[in-house]
Design a protein around this ligand. Structure first.
Ligand code: EPU
Length: 421
């Protein structure tokens, strides 16, 4: 088992380049199943969730070559199986996008229930509602979802989501792409990775409009063709480095970002006292590590992302005064990291979906464990801002979603090493 050893107290300096967006990549790679022909995808992050997805796709018959680091050519023309291996599927969350993709292309799919970060109950009833609305017959067991269609196949319909769900929006877009007629998704998610998926599919010949708004229209096409596409930069990875500089102090140019996607995060960090300068595709952040408390409420895009909740909590833990952090997407997400942060000296009081965080002058190093991806990222930030040495265990969670994080932080002057126990 690998662990990270972090010696805190050094401000971060220099430049960091943000990788392709995890949550876009894990939607776009399964979407390649819909394409007859070769699609070339650039800016694919080198993270374990992507490696698992590529293994799943190869196993069902996709031909995949890595043209250059982060650039893959996928040819899914000859996919033979609609039953991806359950032992791979259950290792990650986004494997459930194979349901929508296989259903759309083959009219059937038999997919195990997904795994992934387990910080809350993560139902898929809205995905199922969408598949049923488009005409699929859905059988659910404790472990599997079995999707079939009758001789008429799928057909475009109106689907109104009961909750704003990224996963359900992606899965319904995938299912609708090759379904005759028009599908209208109402109350759709608006995250940048939804827009990226739609742009990818449109590049390959799909007819999707409205992505980035709460009404997405998909006019089904007979087939998609090959093409080339580059994934957008990762909003949350960028936000994580910004939060690290805010908490540990320093002066860093965060390169390869879309500043517009970052506004919900940078505006909060500015409220906390850091200096931000936006450029066309970069953001400079300067912080002396002395932050003011603030109020944050998570919500779907363009609100403050739940995937930044843990990282901003660390900033609050070292900020002057009392901060209020309310989680509106996954109520139980605090439990993945607050106990660990408390072991490092943080003063956090959780009451239902709100945490009251009373800032401390500093945190201290401790022996802690990551319980999910963003919790792990937050504990790294805490370790960087703390005095003394932090040992972070279960780093496989972090490596699910952060490309080369040890190397990137080391290049910024942090003292962080990956050790094998
Ligand atoms: N929900 C339902 N029913 C559904 C689907 C969702 O009730 O069928 C509820 C969830 O319980 C939650 C809310 O709707 O309260 C939003 O869930 P959503 O479906 O948007 O989450 P997801 O698609 O499972 C994606 C990201 C998560 C991120 C959330 C919210 C991927 C692969 N995962 O998950 O990312 O937290 O959206 O933005 O895109 C991460 O990157 O660390 C991560 C967990």
């Amino acid at each position: 088992m690998a662990i990270y050893e972090i010696k805190g107290g050094t401000p971060l300096q220099g430049e960091v380049t943000i990788s392709g967006a995890k949550n876009a990549a894990v939607a776009i790679l399964p979407a390649a199943v819909l394409v007859s022909g070769k699609c070339r995808v650039e800016n694919v992050p080198d993270i374990s969730d992507v490696h698992i997805l590529l293994d799943i796709l190869k196993d069902i018959g996709a031909e995949i070559t890595e043209e250059a680091p982060g650039t893959f050519v996928l040819d899914c023309t000859n996919i033979t199986s609609t039953q991806p291996k359950p032992e791979l599927v259950c290792q990650m969350r986004a494997s459930y996008y194979l349901m929508g993709a296989l259903l759309s292309r083959f009219g059937k799919a038999h997919v195990a229930l997904p795994g992934g970060c387990n910080f809350a109950s993560r139902p898929i009833d809205q995905h199922i509602k969408g598949f049923r609305a488009l005409g699929a017959k859905v059988e659910e067991t404790e472990d599997y979802v079995n999707l079939t269609t009758d001789e008429n196949g799928l057909c475009g319909r109106r689907v109104s989501l009961d909750v704003v769900s990224v996963g359900a929006t992606v899965n319904i877009i995938l299912a609708a792409t090759l379904a005759p007629g028009q599908t209208v998704i109402e109350n759709a998610a608006k995250e940048p990775h939804i827009v990226d998926l739609a742009n990818f599919l449109n590049t390959m010949g799909a007819r999707i409009s409205g992505a980035g708004t709460d009404t997405i229209k998909v006019r089904g096409v007979e087939q998609l063709h090959g093409g080339s596409y580059a994934i957008i930069p990762d909003q949350i990875e960028a936000g994580t480095y910004l939060a690290a500089v805010a908490a540990a102090g320093g002066n860093v140019l965060v390169k390869n970002v879309i500043p517009k996607h970052m506004e919900c995060i940078t505006s909060k960090l500015q409220e906390m006292g850091v200096k931000i300068n936006d450029y066309d595709d970069a953001i400079r952040i300067r912080s002396d590590g002395r932050l003011h408390g603030t109020t944050v409420k998570t919500s779907p895009y363009p609100g403050f992302p739940t995937d930044m909740q843990a990282q901003i909590c660390v900033c609050m833990a070292v900020a002057e005064g009392v901060s209020r952090l309310t989680e509106n997407v996954y109520e139980t997400r605090f439990f993945g990291y607050c106990t660990e942060l408390q072991e490092m000296g943080a003063d956090i009081l959780i009451n239902g979906k709100t945490a009251l965080v009373t800032g401390r002058e500093s945190l201290h190093g401790a022996d802690v464990s990551a319980h999910d991806l963003r919790a792990g990222a937050a504990l790294i930030i805490a370790g960087l801002a703390a005095t003394g040495t932090t040992l972070l265990r279960n780093v496989h969670f972090v490596e699910r979603g952060y490309e080369h994080i040890v190397e990137k932080l080391t290049a910024l002057g942090a003292s962080i090493s990956r050790l094998e126990e």
